[in-house]
Write a protein that binds this ligand. Structure first.
Ligand SMILES: [Zn+2]
Length: 165
């Protein structure tokens, strides 16, 4: 039986996120469990604590289930109202897309936040893939130079043996 089965759901979330805030990726040292509303004082007191948050909020008909939950630090909690301009053609296109896919997106807000989230997350993944590739390349170069020096040592040894006999 794996250790994971002995962890409570919040600890499982914590492990799944690599003990980091789902938003800013700052390390989390604990989980806020006492319930109640947290607001105002985001200083010292809640530093490093992860708060359970619904990725898609209830207001947008998100469900309170594990697959829709993540841990956020106090600084990333809550929502911010954004008033930003976008070209009319883009808005109209987004509106039409929303109207065609009412099952997938409950509101324009839901569509816009999903689009933004997807864009940012795929950029993150791209960066991580690039970093993994760089690490592999370095490992390969190290191995190649080790093989080269090992083969040089062997050649040297062989020459010595030839001299010896
Ligand atoms: Zn955060």
């Amino acid at each position: 039986m794996s250790d994971e089965m002995n962890l409570d759901p919040l600890e499982q979330l914590m492990e799944k996120q690599g003990r980091k805030c789902g938003g800013c990726q700052n390390p989390l040292t604990g989980i806020y469990r006492s319930g109640g509303v947290v607001g105002g004082d985001y200083g010292g007191k809640f530093e490093g604590l992860g708060f359970v948050n619904l990725r898609i909020p209830k207001r947008l008909k998100g469900k309170a289930v594990a697959s829709n939950s993540w841990l956020l630090c106090a600084h990333c909690l809550g929502s911010t109202t954004v008033n930003s301009q976008m070209p009319t053609w883009l808005y109209n296109k987004a509106k039409a897309y929303h109207d065609e896919n009412p099952e997938d997106f409950r509101s324009m807000t839901h569509l816009m936040r999903t689009a933004l989230e997807q864009y940012i997350l795929s950029e993150d993944e791209k960066r991580q893939r690039e970093m993994a590739y760089e690490r592999m390349k370095m490992k390969y170069n190290t191995m190649a130079s080790e093989i080269k020096s090992a083969s040089e040592s062997l050649n040297f040894l062989r020459d010595q043996l030839v001299d010896f006999f």
